[in-house]
Design a protein around this ligand. Structure first.
Ligand code: CO8
Length: 374
């Protein structure tokens, strides 16, 4: 068995930004048109009028101030409320592969390795652009990597579960170095027309290089342990799938996009995530309150992360740098959030510092990765 390290991370950030005010203005224009178009049915009591959204609610309820998207014009068009994306010919790199190649190259540069050093690619994300060939194999080809590649999906926990797969491959010798990428184009399956969740998501791609500790550059992060947990829940769900056609289901049905019972998720997942991390740390001989320099938490909701940090640290006085926040800038980027936090907020730690990368979300699924700086 080999010791394993995370030796580099990479981040692709789309160039287009949607602020809360822009989003709310287009959503409210959609609401006004819907209510005007259905005025008679609403007056007869046959339809409920739609309610407006508000920037103040979004920021107070979630901490989100803006989000990056691949294409904003379509999202902000009140007659459309989803991005304009062009179908590409088969001989052109797919959009998901394109952003994964960008983040993957940056992660390899950060690790100081070239494609010849990598022998596996895992593409792990909340949605795949197509069924096959695997996105990972297209990314592998575009980067000139030998070996093998495969796709996997555990919704918001895709990145931490992907890191565990990469760690196990390197630990057991199946691969010497793995590139694990998380292209999250959430804008294409987000329910932009639903006031309860229209503000939640943003697009991004993260990438991580996992390799043998002995091969990793100084300043890499030794992986001390990984721990995964799942528990079935219908509280976050998306019924889009390959059987929709045979079921004669409406391909544009509300349940074919992201849906959640946000309040229930908040209440149920916070204690699960805190318990998961403290148990994992204890199994490695660490105390969650005293031995961890930083928590890079899943970025879904600021209030959620503050609650989890308080539980882990046993105090209501949590220093901002204990659990850094990136969701104000990025919103929820499905599986990529904890990796963005790690990517942006780990350089200042010193040799021997211990940290935890942790995701939690649909499934429910929770994944934690405990690392120590070399
Ligand atoms: N503007 C104004 N008012 C609003 C709005 C709005 N946009 N939305 C709701 N309200 C109103 C409600 O109607 C309600 O009014 P009233 O009290 O009169 O009934 C009031 O505000 C409070 O509503 P909520 O109880 O719904 O508000 P919360 O305080 O619970 O906040 C949140 C809502 C922010 C959604 C919160 O519940 C939350 O963040 N929960 C956790 C969610 C979470 O972590 N989910 C994980 C999902 S991500 C995941 O698992 C990955 C899936 C794969 C990716 C998919 C990509 C598309």
């Amino acid at each position: 068995m080999h010791q394993v390290a995370i030796s580099g991370t990479g981040l692709f950030v789309p160039s287009q930004v949607i602020t809360n005010d822009e989003l709310v203005a287009s959503f409210n224009a959609y609401v006004a048109k819907y209510n005007a178009d259905h005025a008679e049915a609403i007056a007869r009591g046959e339809l409920q009028p739609l309610a407006e959204s508000s920037s103040a609610f979004i920021e107070a309820a979630s901490g989100i101030k803006q989000r990056y998207v691949i294409e904003k014009e379509g999202v902000l068009n009140p007659e459309r409320l989803h991005p304009y994306l062009k179908e590409r010919p088969n001989d052109q790199l797919s959009l998901m592969a394109e952003i994964a190649v960008d983040a993957g190259r940056k992660a390899m540069d950060a690790a100081g390795v070239g494609p010849e050093a990598i022998d596996a690619v895992i593409c792990s994300a909340a949605n795949m652009q197509r069924a096959y060939p695997a996105m990972a194999i297209e990314i592998q080809e575009a980067l000139g990597i030998q070996g093998y590649g495969y796709d996997m999906n555990v919704a918001c926990s895709s990145a931490t579960f992907g890191i565990e797969q990469a760690v196990n491959a390197v630990r057991t010798g199946t691969a010497k170095a793995v590139l694990m990428v998380n292209p999250e184009i959430t804008s294409a399956h987000q329910a932009w027309l639903d006031r309860d969740c229209h503000f939640i998501f943003g697009d991004v791609c993260t990438a991580v290089v996992v390799q043998r500790l002995e091969d990793a550059k100084p300043g890499s992060w030794e992986v001390l342990g990984t721990k995964l947990a799942t528990k079935f829940s219908n509280n976050i769900r998306n019924n889009f799938g390959f059987m929709n056609r045979s079921e004669d289901a409406d391909p544009s049905g509300r349940d074919k996009l992201f849906m959640q019972e946000g309040r229930k998720v908040f209440k149920e997942v916070c204690p699960m995530a805190a318990e998961h991390m403290s148990t994992h740390l204890a199994s490695l001989g660490y105390n969650s309150a005293t031995d961890v320099r930083r928590y890079w938490l899943h970025q879904a909701n600021l209030n959620m992360n503050q609650l989890i940090a308080k539980k882990l640290l046993g105090t209501s006085d949590v220093a901002a740098d204990k659990a850094p926040v990136i969701l104000d800038e990025f919103a929820n980027t499905a599986s990529a959030g904890s990796v963005i936090a790690f990517h942006r907020h780990s350089d200042d730690l010193v040799k021997g510092d211990v940290g935890v990368i942790c995701s939690f979300g649909a499934g429910y699924s929770i994944g934690s990765v405990v690392v120590r700086k070399t």
